[in-house]
Every structure is written in C-alpha cells, then in structure tokens.
Design a protein around this ligand. Structure first.
Ligand SMILES: *Cc1c(COP(=O)(O)O)cnc(C)c1O
Length: 366
C-alpha cells in the first residue's frame, strides 16, 4: 500500500503485481537517499566505483544478510549475478551436467518448462513428472528421482499458475531449485539443496540482480569447458565482482533484506504471508462469484490465482478493482481470471481491502 504521488496525496495504491512487485516503502525511501548521496560520499550509489570500500562493505553486508536470514553455511557460496533467473536455466546445466549426462526435472509450470528446454541443449533431460495435463494446476506428488541424474531441478513456487511446493522432496541426487518467487517468504532448509537461484524482482528487490546460493563442492566436475561469464567458480573467486555488478539492484535488494530482518526474519514473513493467504483464500472459497484455479493443498501463498464463476463479469470486476486503486491483478493469459500476488512487502491491509472489494462486488451482482 503506497501513496501515489501522481494522484491526490491521500490516494492509496494496493499493488498486487506479480513482478516486478511491491517492495517495502522504507527500502524505497532509503534507496532514494542512496541515489542522491550514498553513505555521505556526496555521490550517488550509481556514480561510484564498485571497488570503493563504501560499496564493498554494502556488498559484504548483503551477502551476510542472505546467510543470516536463510541460515547459509560456509559450505555454500552466495552470489549476486545478472541475467535473471532465465540465465540460470542454462548456467545450471552448464556447470552441473556432464557431457552426455542426464538431469531430472519436475515440470510444474511455464518457468519450469523453460528450464527443461535450456537443459536440453546440454544433455538428456528426464522429466520425472509434470502437471501439464491439468494446465499446471497442481504439484505432482508420486514420482521417482533417478539416481543416475546429475541433479534434480524443481521450481518451488509457480508464479504464473499459483501453485507452491509446501514440502521439499528428499532427493538422492543434488537438488537444484528455482526459488524466484518465494525466496525469503518463509524459512528454508538450505542444506537440502545443492543450488538455489532467484531473480530478485519478485520478493527480494528490483529486476537486475539474481541471487545464487551454491554448494561449492558440487562445482568443477563436468569436464565441460565453460565460458567465463557462465562459470560459477569465476564468480565465486571474484566475490560477485568478476565484472561490474548490478550495483543499484543489489543495493535495493540489500535494503529490502534489512527490512525483512527488522520485521523478524523469514519466520515472521511466513506468519505474515500465511495470514494474508488465509484471509484471501477464505474469501475466494466463500464468494459465489469467484473460484480458485489450483488444487487446495498446493495453493501458493505468493500468487493466489482465481477465476469468476460468471466469466462475463471479469472485465467489470477488473474495472471495479482498478477504480479502488487495486492494481496488477489481471491473471496471466495462460490461466485467465485474476492473480493477486501477495509478496512479503504487501501488507495484510491491502489483502483485506481486496477482500472487501470482492464482497462489495458480489452484493452488487447478487
Ligand atoms: C519470474 C520468474 C522467472 C524468470 O525470471 P527472470 O529474472 O525474468 O529471468 C523464473 N522463474 C520463476 C519461478 C519466476 O517467477
């Protein structure tokens, strides 16, 4: 919820965008100050060398926050890279899949499908299970992970389809996860994973930075020649500054993580996200005009998706919501209806306001 300065000063905006998405107001405010005058240097954060001690200490604090919030041990490197999660779709097999090797993938949505496609350029991809048969509306449960795969890749939250893995499978091979849209939304046992990656712009910061948490011992084993910028070991050695890092994106991510810590860390975020999810899903289930699109047990706490029982009212509801400054709720074209993303920074108050709007719309059309 935010004052929209282009509108009269008391207008509140409720931002349900799927990504780039809402960030904490105080992180935005502090970033504005850093753009003006970074650490009292009389220069903007985007004007200074990334080799200055002032920047290097912020970079180190950003890494320390990731380690502290998620409980990341020294066995893992924490990297801030560029290229978004989409570049990780190819960087992961480049670094982990041996020549003529095999990797296993769980196909749970559009992003998972993109990851499968990229891995196919490097070797054999074993899609162990897919929910494509029902338009990715559930998370497959009973499948066997092949023990001869180099790794097993999952997508913990399916941003477009509104499903989330509420339990992480035990994998006999290194587990790799795309956590772009639910990282820092709840505690996670990093030790179960060999590699975690996330584009910043869903729950961590603005677009431009990509977080990678990688177990150092799994690298350097494929026998492949890896181009310099694609090689995790190059970035580990360069401490995420082999080349110029995306300074502003890392800075605002750092400020966002500072806010997460101040609010009580990822356990507090989980509680906050569960509260929002409970309020919103209760209304989706109660309201005669709306219905959820996914299996109940796989519902996402980050991207609730729903359609209308009378599809002809969808345009009207969108307009009705927009008049109340509820923005970013139009569903992705592959699902239709609505997607109301409820990332960490979105307050319960905005969810409550959306629910009240849904109730009001129901009364109008009863
Ligand atoms: C948004 C998203 C991506 C793509 O991220 P980019 O940073 O735009 O490449 C990949 N995976 C998931 C789960 C996402 O939500």
């Amino acid at each position: 919820m935010r004052h929209n300065l282009k509108r009269p000063i008391m207008t509140k905006v409720h931002n349900f965008s799927a990504g780039p998405a809402i960030l904490p107001q105080e992180a935005i405010d502090e970033a504005i100050e850093g753009i003006r005058n970074f650490k009292g240097m009389g220069m903007s954060v985007v004007e200074i060398s990334h080799r200055t001690p002032e920047w290097e200490s912020t970079m180190a604090e950003a890494e320390a926050l990731v380690r502290e919030l998620l409980g990341v041990s020294d066995e893992y490197a924490v990297l801030f890279l560029q290229g978004g999660a989409s570049t990780q779709f190819c960087m992961v097999p480049f670094n982990l899949m041996p020549e003529n090797g095999k990797a296993a993938y769980l196909k749970t949505g559009t992003w998972a499908s993109n990851a499968v496609k990229e891995a196919g350029f490097f070797g054999n991809v074993d899609v162990v299970a897919s929910s494509e048969d029902k338009n990715f509306s559930y998370i497959p449960k009973n499948y066997t992970i092949p023990t001869d795969a180099a790794y097993f890749h999952i997508t913990t939250n399916n941003t477009i389809f509104g499903t989330q893995m509420h339990s992480i499978p035990d994998s006999p091979v290194p587990l790799v996860a795309d956590m772009s849209s639910d990282i820092f939304s709840k505690p996670v046992d990093v030790n179960k994973f060999s590699l975690i990656y996330a584009g910043a712009q869903k729950n961590m910061g603005p677009a431009g930075a990509t977080l990678v948490i990688v177990k150092k011992s799994i690298l350097g084993k494929t026998g492949r020649k890896i181009p310099t910028m694609m090689d995790y070991n190059v970035h580990i050695k360069g401490e995420s500054m082999f080349n110029t890092p995306p300074v502003f994106a890392i800075y605002l991510s750092y400020l966002t993580l500072k806010w997460v810590k101040k609010m009580g860390g990822v356990a507090a975020m989980e509680k906050r996200n569960q509260e929002k999810g409970a309020v919103l899903y209760a209304e989706i289930d109660r309201n005669s005009l709306f219905q959820g699109t996914t299996a109940m047990e796989d519902r996402s706490l980050m991207n609730p998706t729903f359609i209308m029982t009378k599809p002809e009212l969808e345009k009207d509801f969108l307009k009705f919501a927009e008049e109340r400054h509820i923005v970013g709720i139009k569903g992705h074209r592959s699902v239709g209806g609505f997607r109301t993303s409820t990332y960490n920074a979105l307050p319960l108050e905005s969810v409550q306001f959306l629910v009240d709007t849904m109730k009001e719309f129901e009364q109008k059309h009863a």
